[in-house]
Every structure is written in C-alpha cells, then in structure tokens.
Ligand binder design. Sequence first.
Ligand code: DP6
Length: 325
Amino acid sequence: MKATAKAHTNIALIKYWGKRDERLILPTNSSLSLTLDGFSTTTTVAFQEGLSEDLFMLDNQLVEGEAFRRVTKFLDLIRQLAGKEQLYAKVNSINDVPTAAGFASSASGFAALAAAGTKAIGLDLDDQALSRLTRQGSGSACRSIYGGFAEWEMGEQADGSDSFAVPIAPARHWDVRVAAVVLSSTMKKVSSRAGMKRTVETSPFYSGWIDSIPNDLKQIKEAIEGKDFEKAGSIAEANCLKMHATTLAANPPFTYWHDTTMRVMHAIQDMRADGIPAYFTIDAGPNVKVLYLPEDEARVKQRLSEISGVSDVILSKPGQGISYL
Ligand code: DP6
C-alpha cells in the first residue's frame, strides 16, 4: 500500500483571499492560477499495518509540531474516505521548492500528499474529487491538481461539495514565463491563513475586493483564451495590488511588502516604460513573481538580478498537473 506522486506549485493570478468556512477551507471568492514547472514536491506514502501513528519526513528530516499535525489531520481525511481509520502511514516528501527562498510549498505539498495518499490506500478519485480533498489541506493546493491555468470555483454549498478547481487551459496552450524574485530577507510574520482571517474580519476594503472578483475572472479568462499578454498581466497585477490593499486597512493593519518588494515593483514598471512587457504578482510574503514572455527572458532576468536586496531570480515555465511515479 505504497504510492508516489509529484505535484507542482502554482501562482495565483486572481488571488484566493478569505474563507467562509475555516474547517472545510471554503473560500469567499473564486481564484485562478498558473501551475509552474520550477517548483515541485514528490511524496511517497506507505500505509502499514502495525504502525501506531503517522511519520512524516520532509527532505529526509523527521517533522514534528504544527507541520506534522497538518499532515496527519489530512491523512485522517483519506483514512475516513477509505474506511480505514486505524491504518497509519510513513510519508516521505522531497521538495524541490528552494526552501531558503521562503516559497509556499504547501500547494505542491498537499497536492502530492493527496494524490499519493489516496492511491496508496486504494482509492481511485477523479480529478474533481482529488481537488476537493486537496482543498482541505491547503486551499491554494486544490489548483495544483492541474497543469497550466486552473480556476478554483468557490462553490455555494455548506459541505464544500461544489468547491474544487477545474482546468482552464493546459500548459502547452500558452508559454507565459514566471520569474520568482527571491529577496535576501524573507521572514514571513503573518501566515496567509492568519492574514486572510484578519482581513475578512476587520478590513473595510474587503467587500470591495469581493465585489471586483467576478469581473477580474471573466476578463482574465478572455485574455488567457486569446493569449493577450498585456491584458492578462495587467489584470493579474491589479488584482494582486487590490488584495494587498485589503491588508493595509485591516485591524491591526499589516503588509507583506519589504522595501525590496517595492523596488522590484518599481523596476517592473520601469521595464514596461522601456518597452518590455512584464507584470508582477505577490502572495502572502515579500517575494515577487514576474510574468513575462519567452523572448524577453534574458533582459528580464538581467534587470531583476541587478536590484539591490534581490538574492536570486528563478525562472519557470508553465508546469504539469499531478503525476504518479
Ligand atoms: C495569497 O492556500 O496558503 O497565496 O487555505 O489557509 O492553507 P490556506 O491558505 P493558502 O493561501 C494562499 C493565499 C495566496 C493567494 C493564492 O494562492 O490564491
């Protein structure tokens, strides 16, 4: 009862920011992402009779505490689905997400865990069911089931049955590139989980965020279908700024941006003024992801690397969904 699966992380172009149900991880808005080939997690799950608890190794180190608790809680869901509540597992995950870079590996991590775990225990879930399950590990992870562009439909049901991701366009549809700009100092003070909760509960800007999402989604889907880079990039950048604006109005207010984050944002605006189409997006941390086209790769990398406070620039193409090894 052993299986291995690989999943890639994804970057949201229309952000998931807020929950309507924290236990089931049901969002207050739909979101849309691009899966990246640069950052992956490969996970082996082996269910074994005779184990009295789960074991979780990450990059060959035994994990305890909160990260372990999240994994074992997620395995509980898989055990329940399979009707094998007393069967524990050894989980071995290898991240090729540069951990020093402070990148969220939870998306690739929970997607790979869901795929390997369900297969190992003998369940045969379709993509929709797998996405619905993955969502309960970490919301953004439910989009990593698919390669290329995927939309997480928020759904309406209280039990979450209609809240899962669907594919929008495969990786081969459009070769849009993403540069992950890694900052020298990347300490994350407010987790995405805590940050979105505080924002939903206290930010007077939050209703404006929610009201604007349907149109952002409609526009960006048109742009992806028509491969209109300027349109897709500007919608993604504006959506990111809007999400971060909600945090500035939260109580207590907070921001994920560092001084270098701002320098990168300005550098991208300068690039556009110089005729290089490039757009930024930022998740719940100070690092910046830059969308650009393949023909501009050398120039974009060069200009990003020159910014003071930037320690690394990692380039990525659209990536594939779940695969089994
Ligand atoms: C800003 O998926 O990490 O990256 O569901 O609580 O695990 P939980 O949150 P998580 O939040 C991601 C927030 C985001 C936007 C996004 O990826 O859509």
